[in-house]
Design a protein around this ligand. Sequence first.
Ligand SMILES: *Cc1c(COP(=O)(O)O)cnc(C)c1O
Length: 386
Amino acid sequence: MHKIYLDHAATTPLSEEALTAMLPYLKGVYGNPSSLHIWGREAKQALEMAREKVARALGASPEEIYFTSGGTEAINIAIQGLARNFSSGERRHIITSAIEHHAVLDTIGYLGRNGFEVTILPVDQFGMVDPEELATQITEKTLLVSIMTANNEIGTIQPIEEIGRICRERGVYFHTDAVQAIGNMEINLKKQPIDLLSLSAHKFYGPKGVGALYVRKNVGVEQIVFGGAQEKKMRPGTENLPGIVGLGRAIELATTDLEEKIRSLKKIRDHLIAGLLQIDEVRLNGHPEKRLPGNVNVSVLHVEGESLLLSLDLKGIAVSSGSACTASSLEPSYVLLATGLDNYTAQGSLRLSLGHGNTKEDLDYTVNAIKDIALKLRAMSPVILK
Ligand SMILES: *Cc1c(COP(=O)(O)O)cnc(C)c1O
């Protein structure tokens, strides 16, 4: 069976180049970067080279980069670490948006139950945060604003430069979850007023279980994990050197010829969107233009996304649905609901996230498959058509 992977927002395959870079560190070079002998020094050198690659890709300096075990951990260290540093002061207000990843929402939710005041900004029908509304919510108590660079479900790209500028003017720290953004849009911390940024290797063809946190110089993040002195105590524990080397190589590749990659991805994305919109009662979710080059999210009305997903799986096509089957009930995506979709429409949604290796032919095949399945499911549907 011909297999088509359209779930790159969930994870990407490890690139051949990243694997090749990692192999020596899984086989011959096994020293601990903290050791003083030649084995250790060799490992340490690889660690610092990877740090330089990440810094270069982001327009940061190597001292501002901390390796973590992934996006979730980077986000936790950024938000909890900043909160801990300010926990005795007056600045105990955090602002975020309704469509953040759970790593952000749950971390901030935890702080909200532990003495912090939390403001969750709504988004518009396209999933956009309004910077002016954000500005009105900032008070002298506000410590941190955390708004994602781009959304993992609907692909909407937020006005992070404007948000960052507002935060800077008002003396508020700005963290962005850039996990979906790396390799899909330009990030340049020399120009973008961002104080803290989280990223994860497995979303841009690097290995799983490794990520990085950028902390701008002089931003005080206190440690939340205790142990050794690795990563300047920000993330103690022996480093995942093969993973970190893979991350370094992957981010280098992800940010090379970026414009060209974005252009070609957008081209097949728009081809897919056009094809899907030809099907009866299909609507596009997210922003029509300000969206990730590989993201397509549609609602196929009168169909359950989960059923559609499983039928596509039988045909060898991997996608993601906007609902998660939890304890025998279908929970529609909170992201889609936040954009104003009703439960019924949100439940019929499907995310197709494109990446390396997807061809126009694959996408045409996918459109036809969705069309066939939707017709069959709608014919069987007990739901009264609206
Ligand atoms: C995948 C993802 C994360 C979590 O990253 P992990 O490395 O899997 O922990 C956080 N935020 C967004 C937007 C993501 O897509």
